[in-house]
Design a protein around this ligand. Structure first.
Ligand code: NDP
Length: 327
């Protein structure tokens, strides 16, 4: 039997005012699926890409949201290893800004008791992203100097803490002095106010011309191609998002001119595609959070009905760390 649940949906692409709190019908979980009663859903920049149509949902209307945490309330056929009542968290494309969601069991992660639902919803997508960026895309090592753009953001504050724990010297950028303070507290040794200062000149100065082994850039248009000038020869440019707008097409020869650089545009979906790698990445994330090496910075918790306000703040550069919708 289907159940009615409240969800935040869009019927058209547009600004935050297109979000609607509506009742939708969820079918029972199918083979290999479970029904999760969500307690909290994370708010991410990617949610705004789906809302504006920069990323396309398979169809409209669509329920937004890509990560959540809650408890299993129903189990579909053929599900092993999970039972009703289990505390779980997950990253799954669309459908998470809702009281309940059907989740394929191969995307589910059991939550350690020490991790609260709000914290879990604040850290799955952003924390797993930090995991692959720091431990797979480029393996950060003791002694590396790295640049994290938008270091006080949701992903940014996790990157700073984790990279410091790995022994790196972190240079961060931030939009305001308050954000710079937070990034410093999270482990960035140097923070550049990139709206006021020339960040390339500052990186050259800080590193005494040696530049960075890797640049993690989720800002996109506004920091490209300047980010490339912060990378040492043979270093890596990681363009993992476009908070300021997508990077325009560029001539690949720019990478040779700037020191035989490597460049990648990674996504969590690729890295976490296999259930085995997803589980391994989650173990690594839960380990650093449970050990206290990484503290998940919860900027705000808002009720589900206020999803539009949460997205406006995120796009308006008003947030730091993570924002969570409580359900
Ligand atoms: P953030 O909390 O980092 O918010 C974005 C930040 O970007 C803002 O706070 C702001 O910080 C900075 N920014 C710079 N220019 C602009 C602009 N014009 N408009 C808005 N913000 C701007 O968001 P998230 O942590 O959710 O995501 C960070 C990035 O990571 C995003 O690009 C997202 O798409 C990407 N991402 C990529 C994933 C992947 O697998 N590829 C997975 C998860 C996230 P400041 O004011 O300090 O400049």
């Amino acid at each position: 039997m289907s159940v009615p649940v409240k969800a935040i949906r869009i019927h058209v692409f547009g600004g935050a005012d297109v979000l609607r709190l509506e009742e939708i019908e969820l079918p029972p979980p199918g083979k290999g699926e479970v029904l999760v009663r969500n307690h909290a859903a994370g708010v991410n920049f990617i949610d705004t890409y789906f809302r504006t149509g920069h990323y396309k949902p398979p169809s409209l209307p669509a329920t937004l949201g890509n990560e959540a945490a809650g408890e299993i309330i129903e189990i579909g056929k053929g599900v092993a290893g999970f039972k009703v009542g289990d505390r779980v968290a997950y990253v799954a494309t669309l459908g998470c800004y809702a009281e309940q969601r059907i989740v394929p069991v191969d995307r589910l992660l059991k939550l350690p008791k020490s991790i609260h639902y709000d914290t879990a919803a604040a850290m799955m997508l952003k924390g797993l992203t930090a995991q692959y960026l720091l431990r797979q895309t480029y393996k950060v090592r003791e002694g590396d100097t790295i640049l994290v753009q938008a270091a006080a953001g949701g992903v940014g504050l996790i990157l700073c803490q984790w990279a410091k724990a790995l022994g790196a010297t972190v240079i961060g950028t931030a939009g305001t002095p308050e954000k710079a303070k937070l990034a410093k507290k999270a482990g960035a040794k140097h923070v550049i106010l990139y709206r006021d200062e020339d960040f390339v000149a500052r990186v050259k100065e800080i590193t005494k011309g040696k530049l960075c082994a890797v640049v993690y850039d989720g800002v996109g248009k506004a920091t490209f191609p300047a980010s490339l000038d912060c990378i040492a020869p043979l270093g890596l440019f990681v363009s993992f998002g476009s908070a300021s707008g997508p990077i325009e097409a560029f001539d690949i020869n720019i990478l040779s001119a700037k020191g035989s650089l490597f460049a990648t545009r990674p996504t969590l979906n690729t890295y976490a595609a296999s259930p085995e790698n997803l589980a391994k990445m989650a173990r690594d994330l839960f380990r650093v959070v449970s050990a206290g090496a990484v503290h998940i910075p919860l900027h705000a918790t808002l009720p589900l009905a206020e999803a539009a306000a949460a997205q406006r703040s995120l796009e308006g550069r008003e947030t730091t760390g993570s924002t969570v919708l409580t359900i």
